[in-house]
Design a protein around this ligand. Structure first.
Ligand code: SF4
Length: 208
C-alpha cells in the first residue's frame, strides 16, 4: 500500500475506495484525529497527499480482481459525496466495461448540501446499498458530536436517507455502540425504522 496515495484497499470481504480527505463534519470520534498516533491502515495510509482523478479511481478499481470481493464500498478518509459526480462517472464506465460488483456508499448523508442539489436520483442504477451514519438521537447532540459545517445538517441527513430509498434497494442507518447509551441506541432504532424506513445497524467502534 503506497503511503499517502491509497486509492483502494481490502478490508474483510470488501474492497474500499478512498476518493477524498474532504469532509464537512469534524466528528469527535473521527479516526482522522488519530492520524500519526498509531500504525493502522486508517491512521497512517489513508490520508491522500492529493485526490485521485476519476481516471485513477477507475484504474485502481479495475486493476483489482473484483471476483474476490463481496462489495465495492465508496467511503474514504473523508466524505465521499465530495466526489459524487466522479464516482458516478466511475460506476458508469465500469458498467460500460461489463465490470460487475455489488456497490455501496458509506456517507454522512449531507451530500445534497455539499453538492448544492438533490443527488438522490443519481444513485438509481448505480448503487445497491447506501449506509448513512445516524450517530445519535437528537439534533442538539448530533451538532455537538459531528460539528457539521452546514446549518440544518441533521435534517438534511434524515431527508436524504428517506429520499434515497426511492432509488437504492438497501438503505441502512448506523450508530456506533460505544458512543451512545443503550437508551439512545433504542431511540435511534425508532428514528431509523419508524421515521425514515431504513435498515438499522449498530456498529462496533474501530479504534484505529
Ligand atoms: S463524517 Fe466521517 S470522515 Fe467526516 S469527520 Fe465524521 S467520522 Fe470523520
Amino acid at each position: 500500500m503506497e503511503k499517502g496515495f491509497t486509492i483502494t484497499y481490502e478490508y474483510g470481504d470488501n474492497l474500499y475506495v478512498n476518493p477524498t480527505n474532504r469532509c464537512d463534519f469534524n466528528c469527535t470520534f473521527c479516526l482522522r484525529h488519530n492520524q500519526g498516533s498509531g500504525g493502522s491502515i486508517y491512521t497512517h495510509n489513508l490520508w491522500l497527499e492529493r485526490e485521485p482523478t476519476k481516471e485513477e479511481l477507475l484504474a485502481s478499481i479495475e486493476g483489482r480482481d473484483l471476483s474476490k470481493y463481496k462489495q465495492l464500498v465508496f467511503v474514504g478518509f473523508g466524505e465521499p459525496t465530495y466526489r459524487f459526480d466522479d464516482i458516478c462517472w466511475v460506476i458508469d464506465r465500469m458498467k460500460e466495461h461489463g465490470t460487475k460488483i455489488y456497490t455501496r456508499m458509506d456517507t454522512n448523508g449531507t451530500g445534497c448540501l455539499i453538492n448544492g442539489r438533490d443527488i438522490c436520483p443519481d444513485f438509481a442504477g448505480r448503487f445497491d446499498m447506501v449506509s448513512v451514519s445516524l450517530n445519535t438521537d437528537s439534533e442538539e447532540e448530533y451538532n455537538a458530536v459531528c460539528q457539521p459545517r452546514f446549518d440544518g445538517a441533521y435534517q438534511a441527513m434524515k431527508d436524504f436517507t428517506r429520499e434515497v430509498r426511492r432509488y437504492v434497494p438497501t438503505v441502512m442507518m448506523t450508530v456506533v455502540d460505544t458512543t451512545i447509551t443503550p437508551e439512545q441506541i433504542e431511540r435511534c432504532r425508532r428514528i431509523c425504522e419508524e421515521e425514515i424506513g431504513a435498515v438499522y445497524r449498530v456498529r462496533e467502534y474501530i479504534a484505529d
